[in-house]
Design a protein around this ligand. Structure first.
Ligand code: GLP
Length: 241
């Protein structure tokens, strides 16, 4: 794992964006794995700015999101479909039918998991996956205890995750109990991974990732077994290293 330390969140977002843009220049039909949460929003703003100023094009890109809440309609402002449209897709030239997110409203959820997993593989797999990290070490929505062999699956959200994400909802009771997420093995299939870590609240998680053991109790630790991971972390996040 390569650690790229930045001064602050703005620099983290800029550096990650620069690297993504260079990958797109090298391969205009890049398969790009995307994440939600607060951490990548600065990166998405940088990609939008670059698209407007330098005309980097996403016309041949396919995107694959990590996860989606179960039971929230796509048009609902709490869905990750809505989040991605607002924060990125509607501001760049990507055709919407090339943006892929698991369907948390599918009638047959197990079939949706299998479909999404196969769909990524049929597209040739993910070239570059963007990840955030939960305070409990979750990646995507793979909570502690998830098997490293897992593929796209349904997960019961940890109470701590529901609390952390309640800031986006009226109350914690409104946060869905379950989500559909790419599995750990699905994420590990990506050719390259960028992990973004920002702020004091993530310092403990980053220290455990760097200094701790590889264990299913701390899902992000699996990244130590991947040959091509870059961690972009700001000063606050690296405070305990
Ligand atoms: C969410 C998402 C993850 C994200 C994480 C951290 O629950 N499913 O993909 O990385 O939590 O979010 P944030 O960046 O807001 O701290």
């Amino acid at each position: 794992m390569k650690l790229i330390q930045t001064f602050d969140y703005a620099e983290l977002s800029q550096q990650a964006a620069e690297q993504i843009i260079s990958r797109i220049k090298r391969k205009p039909s890049l398969n790009l794995g995307l994440a939600t949460g607060s951490t990548p929003t600065g990166l998405y703003q940088e990609l939008i700015k670059d698209h407007q100023q330098n005309k980097t094009s996403y016309k041949q890109i396919n995107t694959f999101n990590l996860d989606e809440y179960i039971g929230i309609p796509k048009k609902d402002s709490h869905s990750y479909h809505y989040f991605m449209c607002e924060k990125l897709f509607k501001h760049i030239d990507i055709p919407l039918d090339q943006t892929h997110i698991p369907d948390g409203t599918a009638r047959l959820l197990d079939e949706e998991c299998t479909r999404y997993e196969q769909f990524i593989q049929e597209h040739g797999g993910i070239d570059l996956q963007i990840l955030g990290i939960g305070q409990n070490g979750h990646i995507g929505f793979n909570e502690p205890g998830t098997s490293f062999d897992s593929r796209t699956h349904i997960i019961d959200l940890a109470e701590s995750t529901r609390k952390a994400n309640s800031r986006f909802f009226a109350s914690v009771d409104d946060v869905p109990l379950q989500a559909i997420t790419m599995g750990i093995a699905s994420i590990m299939d990506s050719k390259e991974i960028f992990l973004l870590v920002s702020g004091h609240a993530k310092a403990e998680a980053l220290a455990r990732l760097i200094n701790g053991d590889v264990s299913e109790d701390f899902p992000a630790s699996v990244l130590k077994k991947h040959p091509n991971v870059s961690i972009f972390a700001d000063k606050e996040a690296t405070a305990l290293l």
